[in-house]
Design a protein around this ligand. Structure first.
Ligand SMILES: Cc1cc2nc3c(=O)[nH]c(=O)nc-3n(C[C@H](O)[C@H](O)[C@H](O)COP(=O)(O)OP(=O)(O)OC[C@H]3O[C@@H](n4cnc5c(N)ncnc54)[C@H](O)[C@@H]3O)c2cc1C
Ligand SMILES: NC(=O)c1ccc[n+]([C@@H]2O[C@H](COP(=O)([O-])OP(=O)(O)OC[C@H]3O[C@@H](n4cnc5c(N)ncnc54)[C@H](OP(=O)(O)O)[C@@H]3O)[C@@H](O)[C@H]2O)c1
Length: 467
């Protein structure tokens, strides 16, 4: 039997699994988290309830396919539950890696390990109640700096300004290494926090950087910047409300100062020049001029990196993929063809039957719909490969389960997911902006065991597709 393994159950992995299962292969999903969804569940803003439940429904449809098997709470990697070699010992016909970008970019700055400094993804995992991140300290105090000016920065600012329970945020400053015309967030996201920005303060900041931007041929007049990025600021009724959200452009963090308790108290930022490159793009060049910003919390929202523990060969931009995806022999060569095949730079060859999709292929790139599309394209590549691949006689679901449980792992399978869903349903509607009743790992497994006992004594077990 040709079984296909998918590592990761975010949008890329779930839609890849669906495609592979529909092509008739037994499909085994190995997922670090107890529940499927990845960032679609634990990244997307808690109040985007319709989007999140729509995606969850689609993931449930995939899990309902009889030839899709789920091994949740199993992390693949040398230092984790199961190494890549352990996984390969189950003889998969192909493996699709959809593990996203789990590493945090570190700038290696002095003082960066002070308390109160976090990677935004970890912070977001915490407020979205990813079980591994719930018990950790992500305390955000009063004066918060967010580094980076993309949609993640706006999401965390929104949480801090509007929805953080027991909030007492006084101010959030978004620090951008380049200028206002290099803002990456979308208008529909800034909308949520726009009333917290002072028009006068923004104008003063634009005035502060205007000469440096002009050297890169940029007009950063308030009229232009507001028209480009801030949908409501020109409304006559626009009024600023506390707490305050401000921007600091052409600034890069350089070092952090902390107090006796080890909590960050100051961020030293360097002033940057804006450099116009020959291709029309801009870059930031740090100068010797610095200043200090008083902070007690700093969030890095500068993108993520790939986790090297998984065991895939690394290239300069993360997991290495075939450099010549656009093979000249292809019927219609496409110079921008995405490359899904895992590449071994040392041997100069592909790793046959191994593919990467979604954010595992390109870290921190695009929305859930793009990850879905990428997962499906990568799955098609795997399906193409499988047609001529020999049958390795892949372990069955029962054989894999037996091996995993023998090592002491507590697996989350489809039956467990159904039991958990039923227990949560009984608890009634959720009242917090988050999504689940049971968020602590021990409590989740306890409630599943209780639900299984209850089903054994009183009712039938919930319906799941037969394994
Ligand atoms: C804060 C934030 C907010 C976002 N908001 C939106 C939004 O509003 N709308 C939108 O469309 N998009 C949004 N996105 C983007 C969207 O979440 C991503 O495009 C998408 O989730 C990427 O999918 P993926 O499957 O490649 O990776 P992920 O979603 O990261 O999934 C990776 C999966 O792999 C698993 N995994 C990781 N490591 C291992 C391992 N070692 N072994 C086994 N399993 C592993 C994880 O548990 C996870 O299930 C947001 C992203 C972030 C960071
Ligand atoms: N609500 C939503 O729809 C939503 C929410 C969150 C995320 N997403 C999506 O998820 C993807 C990732 O989002 P993202 O915000 O992480 O990435 P992003 O949009 O690429 O923004 C990253 C920001 O970090 C800055 N940065 C990168 N490296 C830096 C460094 N070394 N020092 C200082 N600043 C640095 C970038 O500046 P430069 O421009 O100078 O590189 C940029 O401002 C995007 O596609 C985004 O749209 C969507």
């Amino acid at each position: 039997m040709k079984g296909v393994f998918v590592v990761g159950a975010g949008p890329a992995g779930m839609f890849a699994a669906r495609q592979i299962a529909l092509a008739g292969y037994e499909t085994y999903i190995f997922n670090r988290d107890i529940r499927p969804g990845g960032l679609a569940q634990y990244g997307i803003y808690p109040l985007k309830i319709k989007m999140k439940s729509g995606l969850r429904k689609q993931f449930d449809q995939t899990l309902a396919l009889a030839n899709v098997h789920y091994f949740g709470h199993v992390q693949i990697g040398a230092a984790y539950d199961l190494s890549l070699a352990d996984l390969e010992a189950f003889r998969p016909a192909a493996i699709v890696f959809a593990s996203g970008a789990q590493g945090a970019k570190s700038l290696g700055l002095p003082g960066e390990d002070a308390h109160g400094i976090y990677a935004s993804k970890d912070f977001v995992y915490n407020y979205n109640q990813l079980e591994s991140h719930v018990p950790r300290d992500f305390s955000a105090h009063k004066r918060i700096a967010v580094i980076g000016v993309g949609n993640v920065a706006i999401d965390v600012a929104r949480w801090l300004l509007l929805d953080k329970p027991a909030k007492y945020t006084e101010s959030v400053v978004i620090v951008a290494r380049r200028g206002p015309l290099e803002i990456k967030f979308d208008k529909k996201e800034i909308e949520h926090v726009e009333p917290h920005i002072s028009r006068d303060e923004l104008a003063a900041e634009l005035e502060r950087v205007k000469d440096r931007c002009a050297k890169a041929n940029q007009d950063v007049s308030p009229e232009k910047v507001v028209a480009t990025h801030f949908p409501h600021m020109n409304d006559p009724a626009f009024a600023t409300i506390p707490p305050r959200l401000s921007f600091r452009f052409l600034s890069s963090p350089k070092a952090f100062v902390s107090n006796a308790e080890g909590r960050v108290t100051q961020m030293i930022v360097a002033e940057n020049e804006l450099v116009l490159k020959s291709d029309g793009a801009t870059s930031a060049r740090t100068t010797d001029a610095t200043s200090a910003i008083e902070v007690d919390t700093v969030l890095f929202a500068i993108g993520d990196t790939h986790d090297p523990q998984i065991g895939l060969p690394m290239g300069p931009d993360g997991y290495a993929t075939r450099p010549d995806a656009n093979q000249p022999s292809a019927p219609s060569p496409n110079p921008t063809a995405p490359s899904f095949e895992v590449w071994d730079p040392a041997g100069g060859s592909v790793r046959p039957g191994q593919f990467v999709v979604g954010w595992a292929r390109k870290a921190s790139t695009g929305l859930a719909g793009l990850a879905r599309h990428d997962g499906e394209l990568g799955a098609n590549k795997a399906i193409e490969f499988l047609k001529d691949a020999p049958d390795p006689n892949t372990f069955t679901e029962a054989e894999i389960r037996a091996r995993l449980t023998a090592t002491g792992l507590r697996i989350m399978d489809k039956q467990d997911l159904a039991l958990l869903a039923r227990a949560e349903e009984r608890e009634g509607p959720i009242t917090s902006p988050n999504s689940f009743h049971f968020i602590e790992e021990g409590a989740i497994f306890k409630v599943i065991d209780a639900e299984r006992d209850r089903a054994a004594h009183t009712e039938s077990t919930p319906e799941v597709a037969a394994d």
